[in-house]
Ligand binder design. Sequence first.
Ligand SMILES: Nc1ncnc2c1ncn2[C@@H]1O[C@H](COP(=O)(O)OP(=O)(O)O)[C@@H](O)[C@H]1O
Ligand SMILES: [Mg+2]
Length: 311
Amino acid sequence: MLAVEVQDLSKTFRSGWFPRRLTHALRGISLSIPRGIIFGLLGPNGAGKTTLLSILATLLLPDAGRARVLGHDVVREARAIRPRLNMASGNSNFIWSLRAPEILTFYGRLYGLSGWALSRKVDELLALCELEEHRKVPYHELSTGLKQRLALAKSLVNDPELLFLDEPTLGLDPDISARMRAQIKALRQDRGTSILLTTHYMREAEELCDEIAFIKSGEIPARGTADALKRQIRIGDVIALRLDPPVWDRLADLPGVLRCVSQDGRIECTVDSAEKRLPEILRLLHEHGFVVRDLDVHEPDLEEVFVELAK
Ligand SMILES: Nc1ncnc2c1ncn2[C@@H]1O[C@H](COP(=O)(O)OP(=O)(O)O)[C@@H](O)[C@H]1O
Ligand SMILES: [Mg+2]
């Protein structure tokens, strides 16, 4: 059974009376996601990520098309799936004066937990999300990283089979977002939770997700594993070089090199992975008597991927 099955899903927001504005947030999206994997929706701000997640989480109604979650229709059978899924957002906000245990207790009650089972659940989640030391701190005094961890803890109160994470590392420092990613991976590994997450960080999608779909202007122009997408879109890391002598024809034919352009004595080589290919390229250059005058490696950003996709 699939975790998510979406066919021709559309959502248009109407706002204002005069002039009346229409925003086509989703324009006929189709997507199927198997169970037990981490699936990433990767796209820039305004792409329609939150809209899609909200429809799948039964929080928003679509205008047209069909969506099934864990085998049930999200509109007609919402009640059947709600207990089995949950969602956390990097933008969530809880009542400012409440403490983590109180917030988790509140949400636990919404899912019908009470008494001993409820307090055991709250303790378990505080431990799992490393919030125990912060039991007594009111929500508004928690750091952004702790707030995000609390949002994650909240989304686990009903042991969901399917978890929607909307930009779970939004605004986090690199080391804290790395820990968050490790925690998300552990959920899939230890509990077998199916996870659909959104992000606008290419690297995050690549590191965390078994499969990725690009979403842009309410459409999904490409999907696949990170490696397959890079091959398909021919986007990878860029190695920029200045050589002496300045040109070497064979560079473009080396393994892993997707594309090579040279301009004004500068060569830009796009490779599938700089980490993998750079040592070999440097070795060969040295072997053939080239001097590397300047070297710069940069990762493609999401914009470059979308520029490629739009071609
Ligand atoms: N409630 C709403 N009313 C009007 N427009 C909305 C509403 N929610 C989202 N939108 C618009 O729909 C588009 C997609 O938004 P969203 O799904 O939030 O994108 P993302 O999460 O990828 O940043 C954006 O143009 C946004 O402004
Ligand atoms: Mg969003």
